[in-house]
Design a binder for this molecule. Structure first.
Ligand code: F6R
Length: 630
């Protein structure tokens, strides 16, 4: 949510900053803006800025007509609006009254109203409706109050950070600081890139995530909570806490390169990421299965005794990651016999859940930065529960604050709608469930081995589904003018139906609802009119008890009331044929693992419908990839 870039180095800053913003635009696209410091480094300088409402392309167009003067220091921002509408006036960077300080911000400054009143009482007029602008005024004032010296700008940022409440990443440049960009972070992401040009000149980058600088360097530094960082042309990188104590940031090398964050010939990032799903699953399994088919999860830093002591599991997450948790529940309970509760993170901590040292709280987050999930994690830790993060972004806040972590290895996910990270999350949950069953001895080694073999076949099964997507795309085109589409599923297919509906809502802006098929008769069936499309995800005929037969009855019930039925069923399931207006076939897959394959056509369907309706599939309206506000 909001993408932030900063640069200090020998290159033309504007180009570097705009390229970074292009790669971060998935974090928010309500407006974009840049600021560069211009003028002789020895003499006083000034700031040049440009800001535009709407997508980054609007800003780029404006800059093409009216370029900024050359500079080697710059900051940039792509916004997901919170305080103040998505207008030019509210676009970042925000400037101090004397226009000597420019600030970009991600997060919410909770005490901004009191701070704003303070400034207004002193006669300072605000140029925006944002919470951010107070930070620019505070920073200018703090800077002016400090004596000249090498640490002046960073100390001013520390002083400001100590006054702010809420969540913030702030990145700032000052007209009187020709070599420096400073930044602060609390509860909001920021990473540093350390690189050098081809002729060996050092350069430094700041970004909301590593995508901001991946085209220049893979060497990154992780920043902790409540830290201030200065990047300086000669002094390099200095990190302190808010009190000024120097801290050593953790260094790491990003394990993907710029090519991984390109569309690679696909029309949309989403299509590329859907196509990458077999690899994402295979990579998530890689190295986690021993020679004898046993699970080897060394990263799960919980002792066997701690795992044996667990008597209850909560899975806590948001959106698509929440659906991964719902799917996990079926497998984990079945394999471990431990009760599993799945809950959206934004509700979890407010209802006082019963947690203790024998509770395992699994938090699932692609980004590792979702504020609701982070707050739920902190609540769980405060109650002494064991915590395990399933996460796709190395070094992000959620895994850093968890007792244990299992990384999904889906690679960078740029499209706002989660696809490959979702399948990788489900697979990671299976690994955790099986690992628990193995450690606790509730499954024999050969039983674990047999399920592991099924897991190993999943990449191939998903590839098989992907080869048959042309009819699904054609179906999608035919559904593009639907007003409502309903999704039904039972047992493990129920969360898949929820995910299918979510994908359609967020991409195609069509009213869609997912229902447990059995709930239909208790109300939702009244929604069905002549021709209403109803997508039914059918569990395997080998699924638990008579669940398959019940779903076949549900298809008949909706069809009898005029629904156009679109049925996702495994190869060879002929029972559905008489009642399906369209059948999408998926390979036979063991009951509990089936969501990994049945989800894929729903992703393709939503993507195609959105594309046909002329929407930006990768950047749906009102959304942002990483939701870093509560
Ligand atoms: C939907 C989607 C969102 C995210 C949710 C959680 O396609 O992407 O619903 O799943 O915002 O995000 P993470 O997994 O980053 O915590």
């Amino acid at each position: 949510m909001c993408g932030i870039v900063g640069y200090v180095g020998p290159q033309e800053a504007l180009g570097v900053v705009l390229e970074g913003l292009r790669r971060l635009e998935y974090r928010g696209y309500d407006s974009a803006g840049v600021a560069v410091r211009i003028g002789d480094p020895a003499a006083g300088g000034e700031l040049a800025t440009a800001r535009r409402a709407g997508k980054l392309a609007n800003l780029e167009k404006a800059l093409a007509g009216q370029p900024l003067p050359p500079s080697t220091i710059g900051i940039g921002h792509t916004r997901w609006a919170t305080h103040g509408g998505p207008t030019d006036r509210n676009a970042h960077p925000h400037l101090s009254t004397d226009a000597r300080v420019a600030v970009v911000h991600n997060g919410i400054i909770e005490n901004f109203a009191a701070l704003r009143e303070e400034f207004e009482a002193r006669g300072i007029e605000f140029g925006s409706d944002t919470d951010t602008e107070v930070a620019a005024h505070l920073l200018a004032a703090a800077y002016d109050d400090l004596p000249a010296g090498p640490d002046r700008f960073a100390e001013a940022m520390r002083a400001v950070s100590r006054r702010l409440e809420g969540a913030f990443t702030l990145v700032a440049t000052h007209a009187d600081e020709p070599h420096t960009v400073v930044a602060a972070r609390r509860n909001s992401p920021l990473v540093v890139g350390v690189g050098q040009t081809a002729d060996g000149v050092p350069e430094y980058f700041l970004g909301s995530d590593v995508a901001a600088f991946i085209a220049h360097t893979r060497e990154a530094r992780e920043l902790g909570q409540d830290q201030v960082v200065e990047i300086h042309r000669e002094r390099g990188l200095t990190v302190t806490d808010f009190a000024g104590t120097v801290v050593e940031p953790t260094a790491y090398t990003v394990d993907w390169d710029a090519a991984a964050a390109e569309k690679g010939g696909h029309d949309w990032f989403m299509l590329k990421e859907i196509a990458e799903q077999p690899q994402a699953i295979a990579d998530t399994l890689l190295g986690r299965i021993g020679d004898a088919g046993e699970l080897v999860l060394d990263e799960v830093r919980l002792s066997d005794q701690e795992l044996r002591d667990i008597d209850k599991i909560f899975v806590v997450s948001c959106g698509t990651s929440f659906h991964a948790g719902l799917i996990a529940k079926y497998a984990v309970e079945h394999w471990t016999r431990i009760p599993v509760e799945v809950e959206v993170a934004s509700e979890f901590r407010y209802r006082d859940p019963v947690l203790d040292r024998s509770t395992l709280v699994i938090v699932i987050s692609q980004s590792g930065e979702t504020m609701d999930t982070l707050m739920a994690l902190r609540h769980a830790r405060a109650q002494e529960a064991r915590t395990l993060a399933i996460c796709n972004v190395n070094g992000s806040t959620i895994p850093r604050e968890s007792d244990a972590v299992l990384y999904t290895r889906a690679g960078p996910e740029i499209a706002v709608a989660s696809t490959k990270s979702f399948l990788a999350q489900i697979v990671a949950c299976y690994l955790v469930g099986l690992f628990l069953a193995q450690v606790r001895g509730v499954k024999y080694a050969d039983e674990v081995g047999a399920i592991v073999e099924d897991l190993r076949r999943l990449p191939e099964a998903v590839s098989e589904v992907l080869l048959q997507m042309e009819p699904v795309r054609a179906l999608g085109r035919s559904l593009a003018s639907a007003g409502t589409i309903l999704f039904l599923g039972r047992h493990v297919a129920y969360p898949v139906a929820l995910e299918g509906a979510l994908k359609l809502k967020e991409l195609a802006y069509i009213h869609a609802e997912g229902f447990a098929a059995g709930e239909l008769k208790h109300g939702p069936i009244a929604l069905i009119e002549q021709g209403t499309p109803v997508v039914v995800v059918v569990p395997s005929p080998r699924a638990r008890e008579s669940v398959h037969g019940k779903v076949v009855s549900n298809i008949q019930e909706v069809r009898a009331r005029g629904a156009r039925t679109i049925v996702i069923a495994e190869q060879g399931d002929d029972d559905v044929v008489p009642y399906a207006d369209h059948i999408i076939r998926v390979p036979r897959t063991p009951t509990l693992l089936a969501p990994v394959v049945t989800t894929v056509p729903l992703q393709v369907l939503a993507c195609e419908i959105a594309d046909t309706r002329g929407h930006d599939v990768d950047q749906p309206r009102n959304l942002a990839k990483s939701v870093t506000v509560e």
